[in-house]
Design a protein around this ligand. Structure first.
Ligand code: NAP
Length: 490
Protein backbone atom coordinates (compact mmCIF):
# COMPACT_ATOMS: atom_id res chain seq x y z
CA UNK A 1 0.00 0.00 0.00
CA UNK A 2 1.17 3.48 -0.87
CA UNK A 3 0.41 6.04 1.83
CA UNK A 4 -0.64 9.68 1.48
CA UNK A 5 -1.55 10.55 5.07
CA UNK A 6 -1.65 14.34 4.61
CA UNK A 7 -3.43 17.13 2.80
CA UNK A 8 -1.49 19.95 1.14
CA UNK A 9 -2.56 23.24 2.76
CA UNK A 10 -0.66 26.51 3.02
CA UNK A 11 2.53 24.91 1.68
CA UNK A 12 2.54 22.21 4.37
CA UNK A 13 1.54 18.58 4.53
CA UNK A 14 -1.03 18.38 7.30
CA UNK A 15 -3.27 15.69 8.76
CA UNK A 16 -7.01 16.09 8.09
CA UNK A 17 -8.91 17.89 10.87
CA UNK A 18 -12.35 16.51 10.26
CA UNK A 19 -11.67 13.81 7.71
CA UNK A 20 -9.53 10.71 7.99
CA UNK A 21 -7.94 8.12 5.78
CA UNK A 22 -9.63 6.28 2.93
CA UNK A 23 -8.48 3.46 0.71
CA UNK A 24 -8.18 4.01 -3.02
CA UNK A 25 -9.09 0.89 -4.99
CA UNK A 26 -7.04 -0.40 -7.92
CA UNK A 27 -9.79 -1.13 -10.47
CA UNK A 28 -7.66 -3.80 -12.14
CA UNK A 29 -7.66 -5.94 -9.00
CA UNK A 30 -10.59 -4.59 -7.00
CA UNK A 31 -8.21 -4.25 -4.04
CA UNK A 32 -7.00 -1.18 -2.18
CA UNK A 33 -3.59 0.04 -3.30
CA UNK A 34 -3.26 3.43 -1.58
CA UNK A 35 -4.33 4.92 1.71
CA UNK A 36 -5.15 8.59 1.27
CA UNK A 37 -5.95 11.53 3.54
CA UNK A 38 -9.49 12.82 3.18
CA UNK A 39 -10.45 16.27 4.38
CA UNK A 40 -13.81 17.62 5.44
CA UNK A 41 -15.37 21.09 5.62
CA UNK A 42 -12.97 22.27 8.33
CA UNK A 43 -10.03 21.38 6.11
CA UNK A 44 -11.57 23.25 3.19
CA UNK A 45 -12.01 26.26 5.48
CA UNK A 46 -8.35 26.35 6.38
CA UNK A 47 -7.31 25.72 2.75
CA UNK A 48 -9.47 28.64 1.61
CA UNK A 49 -7.97 30.78 4.36
CA UNK A 50 -4.46 29.87 3.15
CA UNK A 51 -5.43 30.58 -0.45
CA UNK A 52 -6.92 33.95 0.51
CA UNK A 53 -3.81 34.89 2.45
CA UNK A 54 -1.59 33.95 -0.49
CA UNK A 55 -3.76 35.76 -3.03
CA UNK A 56 -2.59 39.27 -2.12
CA UNK A 57 1.08 38.88 -2.96
CA UNK A 58 0.60 36.21 -5.64
CA UNK A 59 -1.84 38.34 -7.62
CA UNK A 60 0.52 41.31 -7.45
CA UNK A 61 3.58 39.34 -8.49
CA UNK A 62 4.82 40.45 -11.92
CA UNK A 63 3.58 38.11 -14.63
CA UNK A 64 7.09 37.12 -15.69
CA UNK A 65 7.79 35.87 -12.14
CA UNK A 66 4.67 33.72 -12.15
CA UNK A 67 5.76 32.52 -15.60
CA UNK A 68 9.18 31.51 -14.27
CA UNK A 69 7.54 29.38 -11.57
CA UNK A 70 5.18 27.77 -14.07
CA UNK A 71 8.18 26.88 -16.26
CA UNK A 72 10.02 25.41 -13.29
CA UNK A 73 6.92 23.37 -12.49
CA UNK A 74 6.77 22.19 -16.13
CA UNK A 75 10.39 21.02 -15.99
CA UNK A 76 9.87 19.09 -12.76
CA UNK A 77 6.61 17.67 -14.07
CA UNK A 78 8.33 16.49 -17.24
CA UNK A 79 10.89 14.53 -15.22
CA UNK A 80 8.25 12.83 -13.14
CA UNK A 81 5.62 12.36 -15.90
CA UNK A 82 6.21 8.61 -16.44
CA UNK A 83 5.75 7.98 -12.69
CA UNK A 84 2.65 10.14 -12.62
CA UNK A 85 1.25 8.19 -15.56
CA UNK A 86 1.83 4.94 -13.70
CA UNK A 87 0.10 6.29 -10.58
CA UNK A 88 -2.82 7.57 -12.64
CA UNK A 89 -3.20 4.11 -14.17
CA UNK A 90 -3.18 2.48 -10.72
CA UNK A 91 -5.82 4.91 -9.53
CA UNK A 92 -8.28 4.85 -12.43
CA UNK A 93 -7.28 1.85 -14.53
CA UNK A 94 -6.66 3.75 -17.74
CA UNK A 95 -4.25 1.81 -19.99
CA UNK A 96 -0.70 2.99 -19.32
CA UNK A 97 -0.09 3.79 -22.99
CA UNK A 98 -2.98 6.27 -22.84
CA UNK A 99 -1.98 7.70 -19.44
CA UNK A 100 1.59 8.22 -20.63
CA UNK A 101 0.50 10.13 -23.72
CA UNK A 102 -1.99 12.26 -21.79
CA UNK A 103 0.19 12.99 -18.76
CA UNK A 104 3.19 13.83 -20.96
CA UNK A 105 1.21 16.29 -23.06
CA UNK A 106 0.77 18.77 -20.21
CA UNK A 107 4.45 19.78 -20.18
CA UNK A 108 3.93 21.86 -23.31
CA UNK A 109 0.73 23.21 -21.82
CA UNK A 110 2.49 24.66 -18.80
CA UNK A 111 5.16 26.30 -20.94
CA UNK A 112 2.32 27.74 -22.98
CA UNK A 113 0.51 29.10 -19.89
CA UNK A 114 3.83 30.50 -18.66
CA UNK A 115 4.08 32.39 -21.94
CA UNK A 116 0.66 33.96 -21.31
CA UNK A 117 1.24 34.99 -17.69
CA UNK A 118 2.42 38.50 -18.63
CA UNK A 119 0.38 38.96 -21.79
CA UNK A 120 -3.18 39.61 -20.74
CA UNK A 121 -3.94 43.27 -20.69
CA UNK A 122 -6.76 45.75 -20.87
CA UNK A 123 -7.40 48.28 -23.60
CA UNK A 124 -7.95 51.99 -23.98
CA UNK A 125 -11.38 53.05 -25.16
CA UNK A 126 -11.70 56.20 -27.23
CA UNK A 127 -14.72 58.23 -26.06
CA UNK A 128 -14.10 61.96 -26.40
CA UNK A 129 -11.44 64.51 -25.50
CA UNK A 130 -12.87 64.98 -21.99
CA UNK A 131 -11.79 61.64 -20.56
CA UNK A 132 -9.27 58.88 -20.85
CA UNK A 133 -10.91 55.46 -20.45
CA UNK A 134 -9.13 52.18 -20.06
CA UNK A 135 -9.66 48.70 -18.71
CA UNK A 136 -7.43 46.52 -16.57
CA UNK A 137 -7.77 42.80 -16.02
CA UNK A 138 -7.37 41.42 -12.53
CA UNK A 139 -7.40 37.88 -11.22
CA UNK A 140 -10.75 36.81 -9.84
CA UNK A 141 -9.42 35.60 -6.46
CA UNK A 142 -9.62 32.20 -4.78
CA UNK A 143 -10.67 29.38 -7.10
CA UNK A 144 -12.23 26.10 -5.97
CA UNK A 145 -11.34 23.40 -8.48
CA UNK A 146 -13.46 20.23 -8.33
CA UNK A 147 -12.42 17.37 -10.60
CA UNK A 148 -13.67 13.94 -11.74
CA UNK A 149 -12.09 10.47 -11.70
CA UNK A 150 -11.71 9.76 -15.40
CA UNK A 151 -8.92 12.24 -16.13
CA UNK A 152 -7.78 13.42 -12.70
CA UNK A 153 -4.50 15.04 -13.72
CA UNK A 154 -5.78 16.58 -16.91
CA UNK A 155 -8.85 18.07 -15.26
CA UNK A 156 -6.73 19.55 -12.47
CA UNK A 157 -4.03 20.90 -14.78
CA UNK A 158 -6.56 22.48 -17.14
CA UNK A 159 -7.75 24.59 -14.21
CA UNK A 160 -4.48 25.25 -12.44
CA UNK A 161 -2.76 26.53 -15.60
CA UNK A 162 -4.98 29.54 -16.34
CA UNK A 163 -5.66 30.16 -12.64
CA UNK A 164 -1.97 30.42 -11.74
CA UNK A 165 -1.00 32.32 -14.91
CA UNK A 166 -3.56 35.02 -14.14
CA UNK A 167 -2.66 35.31 -10.45
CA UNK A 168 -5.49 33.37 -8.80
CA UNK A 169 -4.91 30.96 -5.93
CA UNK A 170 -6.49 27.51 -5.87
CA UNK A 171 -8.03 24.91 -3.60
CA UNK A 172 -8.23 21.64 -5.53
CA UNK A 173 -10.60 18.84 -4.53
CA UNK A 174 -10.03 15.72 -6.63
CA UNK A 175 -12.58 12.90 -6.97
CA UNK A 176 -12.73 10.48 -4.08
CA UNK A 177 -11.82 7.52 -6.32
CA UNK A 178 -8.64 9.07 -7.79
CA UNK A 179 -6.90 11.49 -5.42
CA UNK A 180 -3.31 10.26 -5.73
CA UNK A 181 -1.91 12.15 -8.71
CA UNK A 182 -3.45 15.43 -7.52
CA UNK A 183 -1.57 15.07 -4.24
CA UNK A 184 1.59 14.35 -6.23
CA UNK A 185 1.10 17.73 -7.93
CA UNK A 186 1.38 19.34 -4.49
CA UNK A 187 4.92 18.00 -4.16
CA UNK A 188 5.88 19.47 -7.53
CA UNK A 189 4.37 22.90 -6.85
CA UNK A 190 6.23 23.02 -3.54
CA UNK A 191 9.49 21.90 -5.16
CA UNK A 192 9.09 24.48 -7.93
CA UNK A 193 8.96 27.21 -5.29
CA UNK A 194 5.32 28.32 -5.46
CA UNK A 195 4.59 30.40 -2.36
CA UNK A 196 2.62 28.64 0.42
CA UNK A 197 -1.14 28.74 -0.09
CA UNK A 198 -1.08 29.44 -3.83
CA UNK A 199 -2.02 25.81 -4.48
CA UNK A 200 -3.85 23.73 -1.84
CA UNK A 201 -5.00 20.15 -2.33
CA UNK A 202 -7.76 18.59 -0.26
CA UNK A 203 -9.16 15.23 -1.34
CA UNK A 204 -12.55 14.53 0.21
CA UNK A 205 -16.14 13.61 -0.43
CA UNK A 206 -18.13 15.76 -2.80
CA UNK A 207 -21.71 15.63 -1.53
CA UNK A 208 -21.98 16.63 2.12
CA UNK A 209 -18.20 17.02 2.44
CA UNK A 210 -15.20 18.92 1.12
CA UNK A 211 -16.70 19.51 -2.36
CA UNK A 212 -19.95 20.93 -1.04
CA UNK A 213 -18.12 23.21 1.38
CA UNK A 214 -15.87 24.48 -1.39
CA UNK A 215 -18.91 25.30 -3.51
CA UNK A 216 -20.66 27.04 -0.60
CA UNK A 217 -17.67 28.87 0.84
CA UNK A 218 -18.29 32.62 0.86
CA UNK A 219 -14.61 33.42 0.37
CA UNK A 220 -14.25 31.32 -2.79
CA UNK A 221 -14.69 33.59 -5.81
CA UNK A 222 -15.14 30.94 -8.45
CA UNK A 223 -15.73 27.23 -8.82
CA UNK A 224 -14.15 25.50 -11.81
CA UNK A 225 -15.86 22.13 -12.09
CA UNK A 226 -15.54 19.09 -14.31
CA UNK A 227 -18.03 16.29 -13.84
CA UNK A 228 -21.66 15.37 -14.33
CA UNK A 229 -24.48 17.77 -15.08
CA UNK A 230 -26.43 16.67 -12.02
CA UNK A 231 -23.47 17.56 -9.81
CA UNK A 232 -23.09 20.93 -11.54
CA UNK A 233 -26.74 21.69 -10.68
CA UNK A 234 -26.12 20.69 -7.05
CA UNK A 235 -23.05 22.96 -6.97
CA UNK A 236 -25.11 25.82 -8.39
CA UNK A 237 -27.75 25.31 -5.71
CA UNK A 238 -25.10 25.21 -2.98
CA UNK A 239 -22.88 28.01 -4.27
CA UNK A 240 -25.47 30.21 -5.97
CA UNK A 241 -26.23 32.11 -2.77
CA UNK A 242 -22.72 33.54 -2.72
CA UNK A 243 -22.98 34.71 -6.36
CA UNK A 244 -19.55 33.33 -7.09
CA UNK A 245 -18.58 32.52 -10.69
CA UNK A 246 -18.85 29.06 -12.15
CA UNK A 247 -17.37 27.24 -15.11
CA UNK A 248 -18.66 23.77 -15.86
CA UNK A 249 -17.10 21.10 -18.08
CA UNK A 250 -19.82 18.47 -18.23
CA UNK A 251 -20.80 15.35 -20.09
CA UNK A 252 -21.27 14.61 -23.77
CA UNK A 253 -22.91 12.22 -26.20
CA UNK A 254 -20.92 13.13 -29.26
CA UNK A 255 -22.15 12.42 -32.77
CA UNK A 256 -19.36 11.02 -34.93
CA UNK A 257 -20.73 11.27 -38.47
CA UNK A 258 -19.32 9.18 -41.30
CA UNK A 259 -20.52 10.09 -44.79
CA UNK A 260 -20.31 7.56 -47.62
CA UNK A 261 -17.60 9.61 -49.36
CA UNK A 262 -15.29 9.51 -46.32
CA UNK A 263 -11.84 7.99 -46.34
CA UNK A 264 -13.32 5.00 -44.59
CA UNK A 265 -10.19 3.44 -43.21
CA UNK A 266 -9.16 6.65 -41.47
CA UNK A 267 -12.71 7.27 -40.28
CA UNK A 268 -12.85 3.80 -38.77
CA UNK A 269 -9.52 4.27 -37.01
CA UNK A 270 -10.88 7.42 -35.42
CA UNK A 271 -14.37 6.11 -34.74
CA UNK A 272 -13.27 2.88 -33.03
CA UNK A 273 -10.42 4.65 -31.23
CA UNK A 274 -12.67 7.35 -29.88
CA UNK A 275 -15.54 5.00 -28.97
CA UNK A 276 -13.33 2.97 -26.67
CA UNK A 277 -10.78 5.58 -25.51
CA UNK A 278 -10.26 5.66 -21.74
CA UNK A 279 -12.28 2.47 -21.59
CA UNK A 280 -15.23 4.57 -22.72
CA UNK A 281 -14.87 7.00 -19.83
CA UNK A 282 -14.27 10.18 -21.79
CA UNK A 283 -16.53 13.19 -22.10
CA UNK A 284 -15.38 13.49 -25.73
CA UNK A 285 -16.25 9.91 -26.56
CA UNK A 286 -17.59 9.45 -30.08
CA UNK A 287 -20.32 7.27 -28.67
CA UNK A 288 -23.02 7.95 -31.27
CA UNK A 289 -21.57 6.82 -34.57
CA UNK A 290 -23.82 8.12 -37.36
CA UNK A 291 -23.21 6.25 -40.60
CA UNK A 292 -24.63 6.92 -44.07
CA UNK A 293 -26.67 3.95 -45.25
CA UNK A 294 -24.59 2.83 -48.28
CA UNK A 295 -21.63 2.08 -45.98
CA UNK A 296 -23.58 1.24 -42.82
CA UNK A 297 -23.16 -2.55 -42.88
CA UNK A 298 -19.47 -2.24 -43.73
CA UNK A 299 -18.94 0.01 -40.74
CA UNK A 300 -20.85 -2.36 -38.45
CA UNK A 301 -18.74 -5.29 -39.66
CA UNK A 302 -15.53 -3.33 -39.17
CA UNK A 303 -16.54 -2.27 -35.65
CA UNK A 304 -17.15 -5.91 -34.79
CA UNK A 305 -13.88 -7.05 -36.38
CA UNK A 306 -11.85 -4.32 -34.70
CA UNK A 307 -13.49 -4.86 -31.29
CA UNK A 308 -11.99 -8.36 -31.29
CA UNK A 309 -8.51 -6.84 -31.73
CA UNK A 310 -8.72 -4.67 -28.62
CA UNK A 311 -6.45 -6.12 -25.95
CA UNK A 312 -8.30 -5.70 -22.66
CA UNK A 313 -6.13 -6.44 -19.66
CA UNK A 314 -3.80 -5.34 -16.90
CA UNK A 315 -3.57 -1.61 -17.54
CA UNK A 316 0.08 -1.22 -16.58
CA UNK A 317 1.20 -3.57 -19.35
CA UNK A 318 2.57 -1.77 -22.41
CA UNK A 319 0.64 -4.11 -24.66
CA UNK A 320 -2.77 -3.40 -23.12
CA UNK A 321 -5.12 -1.25 -25.17
CA UNK A 322 -7.97 -1.00 -22.68
CA UNK A 323 -7.96 -1.34 -18.91
CA UNK A 324 -10.90 -1.81 -16.55
CA UNK A 325 -13.71 0.58 -15.75
CA UNK A 326 -12.46 2.94 -13.07
CA UNK A 327 -14.71 1.68 -10.29
CA UNK A 328 -17.35 -0.90 -9.47
CA UNK A 329 -20.31 1.53 -9.81
CA UNK A 330 -19.22 2.51 -13.31
CA UNK A 331 -18.93 -1.14 -14.31
CA UNK A 332 -22.44 -1.79 -12.99
CA UNK A 333 -23.72 1.31 -14.82
CA UNK A 334 -22.22 0.22 -18.14
CA UNK A 335 -23.64 -3.29 -17.79
CA UNK A 336 -27.05 -1.80 -16.96
CA UNK A 337 -26.95 0.17 -20.20
CA UNK A 338 -26.12 -2.99 -22.14
CA UNK A 339 -29.34 -4.49 -20.76
CA UNK A 340 -31.26 -1.29 -21.51
CA UNK A 341 -29.98 -1.24 -25.10
CA UNK A 342 -31.10 -4.82 -25.67
CA UNK A 343 -34.47 -4.15 -24.08
CA UNK A 344 -34.99 -1.07 -26.27
CA UNK A 345 -34.39 -3.15 -29.41
CA UNK A 346 -30.80 -2.27 -30.32
CA UNK A 347 -28.82 -5.16 -31.76
CA UNK A 348 -25.84 -6.16 -29.63
CA UNK A 349 -23.20 -7.22 -32.17
CA UNK A 350 -20.06 -7.23 -30.01
CA UNK A 351 -19.06 -7.27 -26.35
CA UNK A 352 -21.62 -6.42 -23.72
CA UNK A 353 -20.05 -8.70 -21.16
CA UNK A 354 -17.93 -8.36 -18.07
CA UNK A 355 -14.55 -10.08 -18.60
CA UNK A 356 -13.49 -12.31 -15.72
CA UNK A 357 -11.03 -14.79 -17.14
CA UNK A 358 -7.66 -15.36 -15.45
CA UNK A 359 -6.04 -12.19 -14.15
CA UNK A 360 -9.16 -10.16 -14.96
CA UNK A 361 -11.21 -12.07 -12.38
CA UNK A 362 -11.39 -9.42 -9.64
CA UNK A 363 -11.10 -6.26 -11.75
CA UNK A 364 -13.83 -4.21 -13.41
CA UNK A 365 -13.16 -5.26 -17.01
CA UNK A 366 -15.66 -5.14 -19.83
CA UNK A 367 -15.38 -6.00 -23.51
CA UNK A 368 -15.62 -3.20 -26.10
CA UNK A 369 -19.28 -3.14 -26.97
CA UNK A 370 -21.13 -2.36 -30.18
CA UNK A 371 -24.85 -1.84 -30.71
CA UNK A 372 -26.11 -1.78 -34.31
CA UNK A 373 -29.44 -0.57 -35.66
CA UNK A 374 -29.74 2.01 -32.92
CA UNK A 375 -32.34 4.74 -33.19
CA UNK A 376 -31.55 8.11 -31.67
CA UNK A 377 -34.58 7.77 -29.42
CA UNK A 378 -33.09 4.81 -27.56
CA UNK A 379 -31.53 5.49 -24.17
CA UNK A 380 -28.14 4.16 -25.32
CA UNK A 381 -28.13 7.02 -27.84
CA UNK A 382 -29.46 9.71 -25.53
CA UNK A 383 -27.74 9.16 -22.20
CA UNK A 384 -24.08 9.32 -21.30
CA UNK A 385 -23.07 5.75 -20.47
CA UNK A 386 -19.39 6.48 -19.79
CA UNK A 387 -18.43 2.95 -20.78
CA UNK A 388 -16.92 1.49 -24.00
CA UNK A 389 -20.24 1.29 -25.81
CA UNK A 390 -20.62 2.43 -29.41
CA UNK A 391 -24.14 3.04 -30.75
CA UNK A 392 -24.21 2.80 -34.56
CA UNK A 393 -27.06 4.84 -36.07
CA UNK A 394 -27.85 4.83 -39.81
CA UNK A 395 -28.84 7.97 -41.75
CA UNK A 396 -29.75 8.79 -45.35
CA UNK A 397 -28.63 12.33 -46.07
CA UNK A 398 -26.99 15.46 -44.69
CA UNK A 399 -30.19 16.90 -43.23
CA UNK A 400 -31.00 13.70 -41.42
CA UNK A 401 -27.44 13.41 -40.08
CA UNK A 402 -27.65 16.94 -38.71
CA UNK A 403 -31.09 16.40 -37.22
CA UNK A 404 -29.88 13.29 -35.39
CA UNK A 405 -26.60 14.90 -34.34
CA UNK A 406 -28.37 17.89 -32.81
CA UNK A 407 -31.18 15.90 -31.24
CA UNK A 408 -29.38 15.67 -27.92
CA UNK A 409 -29.36 17.84 -24.83
CA UNK A 410 -25.56 17.54 -24.87
CA UNK A 411 -23.26 19.62 -27.07
CA UNK A 412 -19.65 19.02 -26.14
CA UNK A 413 -17.82 17.51 -29.13
CA UNK A 414 -18.66 16.20 -32.59
CA UNK A 415 -16.80 14.63 -35.48
CA UNK A 416 -17.48 14.34 -39.17
CA UNK A 417 -15.86 12.48 -42.03
CA UNK A 418 -16.30 13.54 -45.64
CA UNK A 419 -14.03 14.39 -48.55
CA UNK A 420 -16.42 17.05 -49.79
CA UNK A 421 -15.12 20.42 -48.54
CA UNK A 422 -18.45 22.13 -49.07
CA UNK A 423 -20.22 19.52 -46.98
CA UNK A 424 -17.54 19.74 -44.28
CA UNK A 425 -18.18 23.49 -44.02
CA UNK A 426 -21.97 23.20 -44.22
CA UNK A 427 -22.33 20.46 -41.64
CA UNK A 428 -19.68 21.68 -39.21
CA UNK A 429 -21.26 25.14 -39.14
CA UNK A 430 -24.61 23.67 -38.10
CA UNK A 431 -23.56 21.12 -35.51
CA UNK A 432 -24.42 22.16 -31.97
CA UNK A 433 -21.15 21.37 -30.18
CA UNK A 434 -18.37 23.37 -28.59
CA UNK A 435 -15.65 21.38 -30.38
CA UNK A 436 -16.05 20.04 -33.91
CA UNK A 437 -13.49 17.86 -35.66
CA UNK A 438 -13.47 17.26 -39.41
CA UNK A 439 -11.54 14.26 -40.72
CA UNK A 440 -9.91 13.82 -37.31
CA UNK A 441 -11.14 13.23 -33.77
CA UNK A 442 -10.15 13.95 -30.14
CA UNK A 443 -7.50 16.37 -31.35
CA UNK A 444 -7.19 18.45 -28.19
CA UNK A 445 -4.49 21.02 -27.54
CA UNK A 446 -3.76 23.65 -24.92
CA UNK A 447 -4.12 26.42 -27.41
CA UNK A 448 -7.60 25.45 -28.63
CA UNK A 449 -10.65 26.32 -26.50
CA UNK A 450 -12.53 23.28 -25.23
CA UNK A 451 -15.97 23.16 -23.66
CA UNK A 452 -19.62 22.57 -24.31
CA UNK A 453 -22.84 24.21 -25.38
CA UNK A 454 -26.31 23.19 -24.17
CA UNK A 455 -26.09 20.79 -21.18
CA UNK A 456 -22.39 20.17 -21.73
CA UNK A 457 -21.22 23.15 -19.81
CA UNK A 458 -20.45 26.80 -19.27
CA UNK A 459 -17.22 28.47 -20.30
CA UNK A 460 -14.09 27.19 -21.97
CA UNK A 461 -10.92 25.53 -20.80
CA UNK A 462 -7.71 25.77 -22.85
CA UNK A 463 -7.03 28.48 -25.41
CA UNK A 464 -6.44 32.12 -24.49
CA UNK A 465 -10.19 32.14 -23.81
CA UNK A 466 -9.57 30.06 -20.69
CA UNK A 467 -7.94 33.08 -19.04
CA UNK A 468 -11.21 35.03 -19.26
CA UNK A 469 -12.77 32.70 -16.70
CA UNK A 470 -10.13 33.67 -14.14
CA UNK A 471 -10.06 37.43 -14.78
CA UNK A 472 -12.34 40.34 -14.05
CA UNK A 473 -12.36 43.43 -16.23
CA UNK A 474 -12.20 46.77 -14.40
CA UNK A 475 -12.90 50.01 -16.23
CA UNK A 476 -11.25 53.27 -15.20
CA UNK A 477 -12.33 56.64 -16.60
CA UNK A 478 -10.15 59.66 -15.85
CA UNK A 479 -11.24 63.15 -16.63
CA UNK A 480 -8.67 65.13 -18.59
CA UNK A 481 -10.04 68.44 -17.32
CA UNK A 482 -11.00 67.69 -13.74
CA UNK A 483 -14.15 69.76 -14.34
CA UNK A 484 -17.51 68.50 -13.09
CA UNK A 485 -20.45 70.79 -13.67
CA UNK A 486 -22.63 71.66 -10.64
CA UNK A 487 -25.93 69.90 -11.47
CA UNK A 488 -27.87 72.27 -9.21
CA UNK A 489 -26.36 75.56 -10.40
CA UNK A 490 -29.56 76.77 -12.06
P1 NAP B 1 -19.18 13.75 -10.65
O1 NAP B 1 -19.83 12.60 -9.98
O2 NAP B 1 -20.02 14.90 -11.04
O3 NAP B 1 -17.99 14.18 -9.68
C1 NAP B 1 -17.08 15.19 -10.03
C2 NAP B 1 -16.53 15.82 -8.77
O4 NAP B 1 -17.58 16.52 -8.08
C3 NAP B 1 -15.94 14.84 -7.77
O5 NAP B 1 -14.80 15.41 -7.19
C4 NAP B 1 -17.07 14.70 -6.77
O6 NAP B 1 -16.70 14.27 -5.48
C5 NAP B 1 -17.57 16.13 -6.71
N1 NAP B 1 -18.92 16.26 -6.17
C6 NAP B 1 -19.92 15.36 -6.15
N2 NAP B 1 -21.02 15.89 -5.58
C7 NAP B 1 -20.70 17.15 -5.20
C8 NAP B 1 -21.42 18.21 -4.56
N3 NAP B 1 -22.69 18.07 -4.20
N4 NAP B 1 -20.77 19.37 -4.35
C9 NAP B 1 -19.48 19.54 -4.72
N5 NAP B 1 -18.76 18.57 -5.32
C10 NAP B 1 -19.37 17.39 -5.58
O7 NAP B 1 -18.43 13.30 -11.99
P2 NAP B 1 -17.55 12.02 -12.19
O8 NAP B 1 -18.46 10.83 -12.17
O9 NAP B 1 -16.40 12.07 -11.26
O10 NAP B 1 -17.00 12.26 -13.68
C11 NAP B 1 -17.64 11.85 -14.82
C12 NAP B 1 -18.33 13.01 -15.51
O11 NAP B 1 -17.40 14.04 -15.81
C13 NAP B 1 -18.93 12.63 -16.85
O12 NAP B 1 -20.20 13.19 -16.98
C14 NAP B 1 -17.97 13.24 -17.86
O13 NAP B 1 -18.53 13.49 -19.11
C15 NAP B 1 -17.57 14.48 -17.15
N6 NAP B 1 -16.30 15.00 -17.70
C16 NAP B 1 -16.34 16.12 -18.48
C17 NAP B 1 -15.16 16.62 -19.04
C18 NAP B 1 -15.16 17.86 -19.89
O14 NAP B 1 -14.09 18.41 -20.13
N7 NAP B 1 -16.28 18.34 -20.37
C19 NAP B 1 -13.95 15.98 -18.79
C20 NAP B 1 -13.96 14.85 -17.99
C21 NAP B 1 -15.15 14.37 -17.44
P3 NAP B 1 -16.86 12.72 -5.10
O15 NAP B 1 -15.55 12.18 -5.40
O16 NAP B 1 -17.23 12.61 -3.71
O17 NAP B 1 -17.93 12.15 -5.96
Amino acid sequence: MVEYPNLFIGGEWVAPRDGGLLESIDPATGKPWASVAFGGPADIDRAVEAARKAFGSWSRKPGHERAALLRRFADLYEKTAPDLARLETRDNGRAFRESRADVGSHVTGYHWYASLADKFSGRTIPIDDQVHAFTTRRPIGVVGAITPWNVPLMAALWKLGPALATGCTVVLKPAEQTPVTSLELGKLFAQAGFPPGVVNIVPGWGKGGAGERLAAHPDVNKVAFTGEGATAKAILRTGGDTLKRFTFELGGKAPHIIFADANLDQALNAATGSAWALCGQSCALGSRVLVQRPIYQRVVDEFVRRSARVRVGAPLLETTHMGPQAHAEQLAKTLDYVAIGKRDGAELVAGGKRLTEGELACGYFIAPTVFANVSNQMRVAREEIFGPVAALIPFDDEDEALAIANDSHYGLTAGLWTQDVGRALRVSSRIEAGMIWVNTYRYIRWSTPYGGVKASGWGRENGVESLDAYLDTHTTIISKTGQFADPFAN
